[in-house]
Design a binder for this molecule. Sequence first.
Ligand code: 2HA
Ligand code: ZN
Length: 281
Amino acid sequence: MNASYLNTQTPASGLEIPFVREMAEITQHMWRNGWDERNGGNVSYILDEQEVAKYLDIKQVIRTIKPAFPVHELAGKYFIVTGSGKYFKNVISDPAANLGVLRVTNNGEQLELLWGLANNAVPTSELASHFMSHIERLKVDPNHRVVIHNHASNTIAMTFIHDLDENKFTKTLWEMCTECIVVFPDGIGIISWMVPGSNEIGRATAAKMKDHHAVIWPHHGIFGTGSTIDEAFGLIETVDKAAQIYMLIAGHEIKQRITDQELVDLAKAFKVTPREGILNV
Ligand code: 2HA
Ligand code: ZN
């Protein structure tokens, strides 16, 4: 038996940490869906202190990073985020280079890096939209944890040929697949086209997050939120599936459809309350 072989330990990659693995797997799924070309897309996920402390030394700050604006509302919170300019395709093979675990300082002025973002990498360019969205979702849902942004293809396509009025857009999506109204009864928020990466687009997105789990950026992509990675990802999957059906039937003669009364019946059966002002019954 070769002793040196026995002593060789695989260096820790980060994948042994459950929340790192979750991020690595979900970014890989998104890339395989064609939703995250090049460095497109970003994810941020609020972690429990106890969960982080199980795997990392939370007293060991690697470096501090100044956010674009102070985030007092998120003081003391822990996040795992994707890095700016990083490719979702590559997260699974090198999590520490593409992801980072951060803590917001108690005064909300700084981010303390506890793991990852190797080689001086910085958090996602859309951190403003993520942080502002977390702040708004937490006000309405204490279980809120996850913000995912990606370039879901059918959703982007639909923003070219459908009216961007959010009630009309939501109704069309509800009509495309039976489960939609059950998955997003609060409907889809839509902002106007804006330059990404700015505090302004963050504010516009977060304003819609006050009463929607998902917000579309026309000709760019989507933000989905939830209390788990599965929930936020599942929401985007469902929206994009409905948008895909819309793109498949667009321009074809429609012979039958789900009626408003049937949508009401669905909502009743699944005990959800559809956003007001969308269904005509
Ligand atoms: O490059 O998706 O919106 C990351 C993005 C910017
Ligand atoms: Zn984007």
